[in-house]
Design a protein around this ligand. Structure first.
Ligand SMILES: Cc1cc2nc3c(=O)[nH]c(=O)nc-3n(C[C@H](O)[C@H](O)[C@H](O)COP(=O)(O)O)c2cc1C
Length: 245
C-alpha cells in the first residue's frame, strides 16, 4: 500500500492529540473542515498482558459504522508499544479489522510512558526500536509510519534513527523537531526537518510549531517536506486547512 497515494505531497495532516482527536472530534473536523487531507487517532497503548477485544480496538478509533469506509482511507491508527507488549498479536488484529494505516508513537515524552520504556524512550534504545519496528513491519502489510522526535536528550542518534526506520521498511516518518527532553519548550528547529528530508528516500512529514498560513508556506519552502502535520495550531485555528491551497 502506497503512502503517497493516501497522503499526496503538500498535504496538511491534523495531528494525533490524546484526549482531543478521538472519534467524535475527528468526525466534527471532517464535517466542518474537509480540507484537512488526513487525520490521526491518538495512541492505543498495547498491553503487556492479555489481548484487547476487537471492540476495544474499534472503540479507540471511535467512528460510526456508516462513516468507516471514508475514515479508513483518511486516518492513521496510532499505537504505543514496548518490548514487553504483545505487539505482533495486536498489530495483526488491527489489520484484520480493516485498518490500513498504522502509526507507531516514538515521540511521547510522558514520564510514565517513558518509565515503561515506550514512546520517546525508544529514541534512546535503538535495539528495542529496531526490534519493535521489524515486528510491526512483519505483521502489518498496510501503510506503516513512525512519529519521532530528533532524539531523547540530544541529537546524537538523529541520523541513525532515521536510517533505522527507513531500513526496516517504514513507509514514511513524521518528525516533531524537538528532543524528548525539550518537551514543548522553545521553538521546534525546522532545520532538522530539512536535514531529515535530505537523509532519507521515504516521505518526511514536518511537525512542530506550525501556527499560521505563513508558517505552512515557510515550512514547506525551508524544509522540502512531503506534508505538514499541525497539532496545537490546528486546535487553535481548525479552519487553517481551508486557507491553504
Ligand atoms: C494535548 C496533546 C496531546 C498529544 N497527544 C499525542 C498523541 O497521542 N500521539 C502523538 O504522536 N503525539 C501527540 N501529541 C503531539 C502532537 O501530535 C505534536 O507532535 C506536537 O504537539 C507538536 O506539534 P505542534 O507544535 O503543531 O503542536 C500531543 C500534543 C498535545 C498538545
Amino acid at each position: 500500500m502506497n503512502f503517497s497515494s493516501r497522503v499526496p505531497k503538500g498535504s496538511l495532516i491534523f495531528a494525533p492529540m490524546e484526549g482531543i482527536t478521538d472519534g467524535p472530534y475527528r468526525m466534527a473536523i471532517e464535517e466542518a473542515f474537509p480540507e484537512w487531507n488526513y487525520l490521526s487517532t491518538d495512541f492505543l497503548r498495547i498491553p503487556s498482558q492479555g489481548v484487547y477485544s476487537d471492540k476495544k480496538i474499534m472503540d479507540h478509533f471511535g467512528i460510526e459504522e456508516k462513516l468507516m469506509p471514508k475514515a479508513l482511507k483518511r486516518t492513521s491508527y496510532q499505537i504505543l508499544t514496548t518490548m514487553k507488549s504483545s505487539t505482533a498479536t495486536h498489530v495483526k488484529r488491527i489489520r484484520a479489522l480493516g485498518f490500513e494505516h498504522l502509526d507507531l508513537n516514538v515521540g511521547c515524552p510522558s514520564k510514565k510512558v517513558n518509565g515503561h520504556l515506550g514512546g520517546a524512550y525508544l529514541l534512546s534504545d535503538l535495539n528495542s526500536l529496531s526490534h519493535i519496528v521489524r515486528e510491526i513491519r512483519n505483521n502489518f502489510d498496510g501503510v506503516f509510519t513512525a512519529k519521532i522526535r530528533i532524539g531523547y536528550s540530544n541529537d546524537k542518534d538523529f541520523y541513525s534513527i532515521l536510517k533505522l526506520l527507513e531500513h526496516e521498511g517504514v513507509d514514511a516518518i513524521t518528525l516533531h523537531a524537538r528532543t524528548r527532553d525539550q518537551l514543548y519548550e522553545g521553538r521546534a528547529d525546522w532545520e532538522y526537518i530539512r536535514k531529515a528530508v535530505e537523509a532519507v528516500d521515504i516521505p518526511l512529514i514536518g511537525n512542530g510549531d506550525c501556527w499560521s498560513l505563513h508558517d505552512i508556506h515557510a515550512m514547506f519552502q525551508q524544509t522540502g517536506c512531503h506534508a505538514i502535520m499541525m497539532g496545537r495550531g490546528a486546535l487553535k485555528t481548525p479552519w487553517m486547512a481551508t486557507l491553504y491551497e
